[in-house]
Design a protein around this ligand. Sequence first.
Ligand SMILES: Nc1ncnc2c1ncn2[C@@H]1O[C@H](COP(=O)(O)OP(=O)(O)OP(=O)(O)O)[C@@H](O)[C@H]1O
Ligand SMILES: [Mg+2]
Length: 254
Amino acid sequence: MVIEQQIAKHHSPIVHIAGLRKFYGSNEVLQGIDLDVQRGEVVAIIGKSGSGKSTLLRCINGLEPFQHGALQVDGLALRHGDARAMRALRQRVGMIFQSFNLFPHLSVGRNVMLAPRLVKQADSTAAMAQAQQLLARVGLADKFDAWPDQLSGGQQQRVAIARALAMAPSVLLCDEITSALDPELVGEVLRVVEALAGDGMTLLMVTHEMGFARKVADRIVFMHAGRIHEMGPPAAMFGDPQTAALKQFLSALT
Ligand SMILES: Nc1ncnc2c1ncn2[C@@H]1O[C@H](COP(=O)(O)OP(=O)(O)OP(=O)(O)O)[C@@H](O)[C@H]1O
Ligand SMILES: [Mg+2]
């Protein structure tokens, strides 16, 4: 029985979204989203400004309430108004933004240790060892005692990734995490993300880096006017787009 449950859990999607609708006032910005993401899958979300990409990610980690539909992460239903359920959910979902928002008054290492200490009451020695290991994983083993403002944007964003990983999330949401970086710093951050994908992390990333999406994503989701307008494997989406909106979006990029 236990084994059957584990198998069922293993095969159920890690993110399950059905009929999700979200309004800001009378503006329906998500107009019925259905999306299942499997464990270890890398999903790139593309689309024009204002199409609802960030709002969708913010719904998935519980930052935004929504009016209709259902959303589950790791089998846990997202229920606004149930503080305990929301805390449990947020521990399973890591999120990284365009602006890295490291705490400027904490060293790099302390930034990574903070959430495990506060939320999981991890003991200091264990949290420190974990932070050191995570900083090594993002190529910053020597920066534990540095201050955020001593690092480049690319290094700060890699610390932000380590900080998100410190909570051992089941899924990592990335919202245009390279958009604020100088072009020469984009590659070092994308390489870290690619390594995470290679290690089996489930990733949902909004990105303008089409080359990266094509290379690393298992699936591309094209959002248009609050809907998933077209979805499929990268080769088909980029090589043989079906809808006029996706054709137009792709041709406007070049
Ligand atoms: N806090 C808010 N209050 C009211 N409307 C909002 C709010 N946040 C977003 N919107 C609206 O919701 C829609 C979707 O916005 P969203 O930020 O999700 O788009 P996006 O696809 O991420 O765009 P971009 O590529 O510019 O980041 C837009 O029409 C936007 O104006
Ligand atoms: Mg956005």
